[in-house]
Ligand binder design. Structure first.
Ligand SMILES: [Zn+2]
Length: 126
């Protein structure tokens, strides 16, 4: 999967986030992507305004591009990237990989767009 596709998929998830403040911009980006444009640079520009969302986006892109490559992705700097991992909402259904970034501490839980259940905060081990 190329980076643009991974970014588009991440935006399609993010657009379901009830707290996301970029709804209109994201819809515009998705329309441009539908028209065949590469929107990855603009999308990352927009989302870089928010540290945690930028991190989450980076993780989405890494996990989709490496999943396609079929290799076991190992974080290049395990403990450092662990500390810097984004704050996330995850779907409580086993095997579901949908995640969304926390945009505001204390925000309402978003809903998994596949299972239609409220998502839960990911608690890091250790
Ligand atoms: Zn789910």
């Amino acid at each position: 999967m190329d980076e643009n596709r991974a970014v588009v998929q991440a935006i399609q998830k993010l657009i379901h986030h009830p707290t996301n403040p970029w709804k209109e911009q994201l819809e515009t980006l998705l329309k441009r992507a539908d028209a065949g444009e590469d929107i990855s640079v603009d999308a990352i520009d927009l989302l870089s305004q928010h540290d945690n969302v930028r991190r989450w986006m980076g993780e989405q892109v890494i996990s989709s591009t490496t999943r396609l490559a079929g290799s076991d992705y190992e974080s290049p700097a395990g403990s450092i990237s662990h500390i810097n991992a984004s704050q996330q909402w995850v779907c409580p259904i086993k095997g579901c990989t949908v995640s969304l970034p926390v945009i505001q501490e204390g925000e309402d839980a978003p809903t998994c767009y596949i299972h239609n259940v409220l998502m839960v905060r990911l608690h890091k081990k250790g």
